[in-house]
Ligand binder design. Structure first.
Ligand SMILES: [Zn+2]
Length: 479
């Protein structure tokens, strides 16, 4: 059923014309938000949901994620980006079988839904064979989320040296699956899995991600962008300007000079973007995705989100990796906001009485919803509770000790509520989480499978001869 009447809720619409309204009703018909207001009439044939003591807000939009890392949850919590490059991008990525990728993406997507994420951009850089490609896409489709699955050209290294007992499949890239073969595989994936690449007609659409923008010749990057555009790719995303690791390539400027910037590009991280580059991004209508948890932790620089927003850019928030932290958009918003507030107070310490606090909670909420939807080109469909948009929304119940009383609804959602308070999640008018539980999957069975796969993957990774990141980089720089 995709027709519902939510009665008497506090609605945080993120639509400036509607704002936050108490005692408010929402009528959803055939997956579309029809009316938002007080004292509406439900009409016949709809499912009535009592919204008393509940907050209703738009589903979260996650603008940068590598869903496959859900199988190695929490592994990187004490790692820098250098550690990550050595152990994940050089080792773990080569161990995953197609079935591991399917299970990881399926589980990650269900977990995103549990956390209120209804739209995701999956930057899938685990495509070690066409079977990995199919598995990666199918995981998202089976779990049923809105979003953009991005074919990443990144080539995992050949790690046959890790083969051994208990791990009998071919590790990483099968011979012949070189860049040329990947280009053909991307074309195949686009045709097979996304014959209609139109977000108005299908939940999941096709995107692309160049090999690794900061680590490839400029000409190759331009060619990969051209290729993706030539096959009707909806969104093209890339990592750039990663703080301490920025080597001054000025990718955005290079793309501007080559007339390659556009609305379809999404730049993730980007702490090292210059003011001039932010102006270019703004002018082109490209998107910026900040991932506070990993950027602050891993040395990727202070999140660019606020500077980019001040420059007029479209800005969203990304979860990035569950190998680090959870798919928790509430926590990510709060970290992004509080980190910036701390930075803004700092120059006043010992000099002035700080009074006017910025940024405000609603600015972070905007980035996690409508701002993110703009980044991925879906703001005409989702991101706010607006009549005419698709019904992607969350009902957060405020009955538990941590969410009573509700005085500042946006504050309650962002600072007090947690995943356990998100009672209902709706995607395209379909209820996918109800009474605090994600529907239609066998958790005990999936849980056991995930535990076994994770144990095997971690065991195989231990065969890596490089004991430490420092040792690895020392060897690299010797040559
Ligand atoms: Zn990333």
């Amino acid at each position: 059923m995709t027709s519902h009447f939510i009665k008497n809720a506090t609605v945080i619409s993120v639509d400036p014309k509607i704002g936050v309204q108490c005692n408010c009703d929402i009528l959803v018909k055939d997956g579309i938000i029809k009316e938002v207001g007080q004292n509406l009439s439900s009409g016949d044939g709809v499912n009535i949901i009592d919204g008393t003591d509940c907050l209703v807000s738009p589903g979260f939009v996650d603008t940068h994620h590598h869903l496959w890392q859900q199988l190695i949850r929490g592994l990187t919590t004490d790692w820098s980006l250098a550690d990550y490059a050595v152990h994940i991008r050089r080792t773990y990525c080569s161990i995953f079988t197609p079935d591991d990728v399917y299970k990881a993406n399926y589980f990650a997507t269900l977990d995103c839904i549990n956390n209120g994420i209804t739209t995701v951009l999956d930057h899938s850089h685990i495509l070690n064979s066409p079977a990995h490609t199919d598995a990666s896409i199918q995981g998202l489709k089976d779990a049923g989320i809105r979003g953009t699955w991005c074919y990443a050209f990144y080539e995992s290294p050949d790690r046959h040296d890790l083969e051994g007992p208990g791990h009998d499949h071919t590790l990483a890239t099968p011979s012949g699956f070189d860049h040329k073969a990947r280009v053909e595989d991307a074309r195949r994936a686009r045709e097979k899995h996304f014959p209609v690449n139109d977000p108005e007609k299908t939940l999941l659409t096709f995107g692309g991600a160049p090999s690794e923008a900061e680590g490839m010749p400029a000409q190759d990057l331009k060619e990969e962008i051209d290729f993706f555009r030539s096959i009707g790719t909806r969104v093209i995303t890339m990592h750039i300007g990663m703080g301490c690791y920025d080597v001054g390539n000025r990718i955005v400027k290079m793309l501007e000079d080559a007339d390659k910037l556009g609305k379809d590009l999404v730049f993730s991280h980007g702490a090292a973007l210059t003011d001039e580059e932010l102006k270019m991004i703004h002018k082109a209508g490209s998107g910026v995705s900040a991932t506070a948890e990993t950027e602050i932790q891993m040395g990727m620089g202070p999140p660019i989100a606020w500077k980019a927003a001040a420059a007029g850019c479209n800005v969203g928030i990304g979860i990035d990796i569950t190998s680090n932290q959870n798919n928790d958009m509430l926590a990510s918003m709060r970290l992004l906001l509080q980190h910036e507030r701390g930075r803004r107070w700092e120059p006043m310490l010992g000099k002035d009485v700080p009074i006017d606090i910025t940024p405000k909670s609603e600015e972070a909420l905007y980035m996690a919803t409508l701002g993110g939807a703009r980044v991925v080109g879906l703001d005409h469909l989702v991101g706010s509770i607006t009549p005419g948009k698709r019904a992607d929304l969350l009902i957060t119940r405020c009955d538990d000790m941590n969410v009573v009383p509700v005085i500042h609804p946006i504050g309650t959602l962002m600072f007090n509520a947690h995943i356990g308070n998100i009672d209902t999640v709706m995607i395209d008018g379909k209820i996918v989480k109800k009474d605090g539980k994600v529907l239609n999957f066998d958790w005990p069975k999936l849980r056991q499978d995930i535990r076994e796969r994770a144990a095997r993957i971690v065991d195989v990774a231990k065969r890596d001869k490089v004991a430490s990141t420092a040792e690895y980089w020392k060897a690299v720089f010797k040559h």
